[in-house]
Design a protein around this ligand. Structure first.
Ligand code: ATP
Ligand code: MG
Length: 427
């Protein structure tokens, strides 16, 4: 027997009473997009639960995509069958056979909400559990801490059986908490920071600073590849490519090598904030993690962050590198992040950058550069090229600066032409 339904369980947002319906609908809407190439899918709300009816769609493929839908905490394949006891027993064996790992212990939990059924839950436990015990070799019952709990719900319309609980991406539905600009380098950290921010319901637009031709086109491609990977979890990710060569070169000429990274970072924040204003974002997300490098000591973060007016969100601030790497593997960005292309921050890198940059000194240097700095920041914003990446839509360049954007590579163009369908068909 194949699963006909998938039981969806929503994440922490279900706690937020009045927003619950809105968030639920957002997840449903998004799931609909992700699975648009299975037009037979239907949502069914029944007995306070939300099911996805497969109607012939292959469970494995659907499950794979559900794993990247924010807002879905866990899900379970469900067998749905008639009331006949023999059919239910056969379904129970089928659920056990379908488990990814063979358990040593199990228990059956029967919930009988349809009181006209001829057996009560207690009797059913034995009637269903007995054949399972005989069927699976070496299996014993453990009512306290079973490896597997076989759940059987007897409803008026039939029996629902499930056991496997598969972890989803969790969090809040895409875009349900507003929009933020993600400062996206080609490193390990910032894509992870972006993913965590997305999981909190933030719509992300990435900002990348490049110093072409000092940094290569491949370094930019790497950032685009990371954006495409992040786009797996959201409808689309925009990447703003900011030309930073002029600013970086001129800041370097100020002759303050140990303060260069602080000056650069402050310029980056200024530009990011202007882009945020232009694209109506309410925060800036970075991959900074306390103490990781000179620019991420508390005094550095302070001096750099002072330049920003929007809240700076640093999802990794207290995380260990090991944990960050683990997430990078899980979300599929690690392999790209470790490719050896240079980032603009490593250009002109000082041997011993200041770990304690003084705000007043920095502001004085910036004042001395005011004749050109403001103008260069304006030009950088103006010269920014924007790309869209999506695994759902046509990913050709949709919005770009007149100067001509770098083409996205063909593999970015996994397209489908179908229009998003009405949410109504899912109820
Ligand atoms: P990452 O792995 O994200 O590159 P990192 O540990 O290498 O981080 P830094 O290079 O000091 O740390 O950068 C700190 C943060 O500054 C990054 O996480 C990112 O948010 C931002 N950043 C650095 N370089 C760039 C860049 N070229 N474009 C956009 N943002 C950048
Ligand atoms: Mg970096």
């Amino acid at each position: 027997m194949k699963p006909e339904l998938i039981l969806l369980r929503f994440g922490e947002f279900t706690l937020k009473g009045k927003n619950r319906l809105r968030f639920e609908q957002a997840v449903i809407h998004y799931t609909l997009d992700v699975l648009r190439d299975y037009p037979g899918l239907r949502y069914r709300k029944a007995y306070g639960r939300l099911y996805l009816e497969l109607n012939g769609a292959p469970y494995e493929n659907v499950a794979e995509r559900l794993k990247s839908v924010f807002g879905i905490q866990t899900f379970s394949p469900v067998l749905f069958c008639g009331h006949d006891l023999e059919v239910i027993r056969a379904a129970a064996l089928s659920v056990m056979d379908g488990l990814s790992r063979k358990p040593k212990t199990f228990k059956v939990t029967v919930k009988r909400t349809w009181k006209e059924y001829p057996y009560d839950s207690q009797e059913l436990n034995g009637l269903i559990g007995g054949p399972v015990l005989r069927h699976v070799e070496g299996l014993t019952v453990d009512v306290h801490k079973p490896e597997v709990e076989l759940r059987v719900e007897i409803r008026e319309d039939g029996a629902y059986l499930f056991s496997d609980v598969i972890k989803g991406a969790g969090g809040y539905p895409v875009g349900s908490n507003g929009k933020a600009m993600l400062m996206l380098s080609g490193g390990i950290d910032s894509p992870v920071a972006g993913w965590l921010a997305m999981r909190k319901g933030l719509d992300i637009e990435a900002v990348h600073f490049h110093s072409y031709p000092f940094t290569s086109e491949r370094a930019q491609q790497k950032v685009k590849d990371l954006a495409l990977q992040l786009a797996k979890y959201t409808r689309k990710v925009k990447v703003h490519m900011v030309p930073f060569t002029e600013i970086q070169t001129r800041l370097n000429q100020l002759g303050q090598p140990n303060l260069l990274i602080t000056l650069m970072r402050r310029a980056m924040f200024r530009i990011t904030e202007q882009l945020a204003a232009k694209h109506e974002a309410g925060a800036v997300v970075t991959g900074e993690s306390l103490g990781q490098v000179a620019s991420q000591t508390l005094p550095s973060l302070n001096t750099i962050g002072k330049v920003a007016e929007l809240p700076i969100l640093r999802p990794l601030i207290t995380m260990d590198k090991d944990d960050i790497i683990r997430i990078a593997h899980r979300i599929g960005t690690y392999e790209t992040s470790i490719l050896p292309y240079e980032d603009c921050c490593t250009l002109f890198a000082a041997k011993s950058p200041s770990t304690n940059p003084n705000l007043r000194v920095i502001e004085r240097i910036e004042r001395s550069a005011s004749s050109w700095l403001e103008e260069e920041i304006r030009l950088a914003v103006e010269g920014t090229e924007t790309f869209w990446f999506s695994q759902l839509f046509d990913t050709s360049v949709m919005d770009q600066h007149a100067g001509g954007a770098l083409p996205t590579s063909p593999e970015h163009q996994e397209t489908t032409t179908a229009e998003p369908q009405s949410i109504d068909r899912f109820f």
